[in-house]
Design a protein around this ligand. Structure first.
Ligand code: PMP
Length: 399
């Protein structure tokens, strides 16, 4: 028997992908499941991006790239960070990664020692918990309840900081809650960070272009005196509907980027040259599609909110950004479905929704906030409407 590492023993598969796989399996078995489990745009990758990838392949851009990314893409990303983030950086301050996910992996592996504490505002993307545990670090959650708009409260942040705190992970617009950063929150966080000069920050801005209410703000630009310990990351997956191209990027302090390049060089030797050429076309091409697509997601958010409003047992706050709804299902806990299934936890609710209503969602506990479920609103209008109708019918039948 092969003995695997402790690292493998403590790493769990992402609940989002696990739920998506179950939905696929049920569909393959002939059941009409609607999957709102995974955070993936249903819209197509823009044609000019696909053409750029095809041309790059024919042009012979088919060799190993530099580990940190091609010069052309690093320049395009530097322009993008200057344009969208108001972070005037050069190509040497940019690292290209296999999806935003690898930027976070590289960054965490570079700074987190075993038993270091990593502060994560909750609810949070499930991927953070996975990577921190993989690195041997300890996730420390700061609850950000719906009453505070799911935003991080500086006093609550200060309260969890210890001498072992190494890293703070910020994600606005937030997956799963949709919360958007405001100036007051970033100022208050900055006040705490100034008192703790050894803490570094990852700002995960992957949903930067998906804001319906409020404006986009990012920590390193809002609070320039902290920029030398903030890694700002984003990518093309969500904004340009390019999840399968696996392309992310980041900027930050030179020494952190150098350490991350070492991690990446150890793991993957850089990112597909074809995907990098495609990303140049996405970032340098017409940006009007970002607002057009944001408006589609806003309409879908409104559709879901309207469809779920007034549903017994369910309370759905209005997401300000990203493409998820994160209703509380507290009113369903302790109740029973018509088939006699007892609902003790959000896991039970997600399980019952899948089995009895044929809608795949993800329980809030996967995002460190039990008592909720997450629905992805990045699905076609008709699928969303049908899924909501099934959820409402399910909730009305609960005893
Ligand atoms: N950060 C957050 C908050 C996410 O929701 C996701 C994708 N679900 C990622 C990072 C990773 O995205 P990708 O690797 O596709 O760029």
């Amino acid at each position: 028997m092969t003995r695997f590492t402790a690292r493998i023993a403590r790493t769990k598969p992402a609940a989002t992908f696990a739920m998506a796989a179950r939905a696929r399996a049920l569909r393959a078995a002939g059941r009409d499941v609607i999957s709102l489990s995974i955070g993936e745009p249903d819209l197509p990758t823009p044609p000019h991006v696909i053409e750029a990838a095809y041309r790059a392949s024919l042009d012979g851009q088919t060799r190993y790239p530099p580990i940190a990314g091609t010069e052309t893409l690093r320049e395009a990303v530097a322009r993008k960070f200057t344009r969208d983030q108001k972070l005037p950086v050069g190509p040497k301050n940019v690292l290209i990664t296999n999806g935003g996910k690898q930027a976070i992996f590289d960054a965490v592996m570079a700074v987190v020692e075993p038993d270091d504490e990593v502060v994560i505002p909750a609810p949070c993307w499930a991927g953070y918990i996975q990577v921190v545990e993989f690195a041997g670090g300890a996730p420390v959650f700061v609850p950000c309840p719906v009453a505070s708009g799911f935003r991080l409260d500086a006093t609550a942040l200060e309260a969890v900081i210890t001498p072992r705190t190494k890293l703070l992970l910020l994600n606005y617009p937030n997956n799963p809650s949709g919360a958007v950063a405001d100036a007051a929150m970033l100022d208050a966080i900055a006040g705490v960070l100034r008192r703790h000069p050894d803490i570094v920050v990852i700002s995960d801005d992957i949903y930067e272009h998906l804001i319906f209410d409020g404006d986009y703000r990012t920590l390193a630009a809002a609070v320039p005196d902290l920029a030398d310990r903030v890694l700002t990351m984003s990518g093309v997956s969500k904004s340009y509907a390019m999840t399968g191209w696996r392309l992310g990027f980041c900027t930050g302090p030179a020494d952190w980027l150098a350490a991350m390049t070492l991690v990446q060089g150890t793991a993957t030797a850089g990112v597909s040259t074809i995907s990098q050429a495609a990303a140049v076309a996405a970032l340098d091409g017409n940006q009007d599609l970002l607002a057009e697509r944001r408006d589609i997601y806003r309409r879908r958010r409104d559709l879901v909110l309207a469809a779920l409003s007034g549903t017994p047992g369910l309370d759905c706050p209005k997401p300000e950004g990203a493409f998820y709804a994160f209703p509380s299902i507290a009113g369903l806990i302790g109740r029973t479905t018509p088939t006699g299934r007892h609902l003790a936890t959000d896991d039970d609710v997600a399980e019952a929704l899948l089995e009895e209503a044929l809608v795949a969602t993800v329980p809030g506990s996967a995002f460190a906030m039990p008592g909720h479920i997450r629905l992805s609103t990045a699905a076609a209008d008709a699928a969303l409407a049908e899924a909501c109708a099934r959820i409402v019918k399910f909730c009305r039948a609960i005893r």
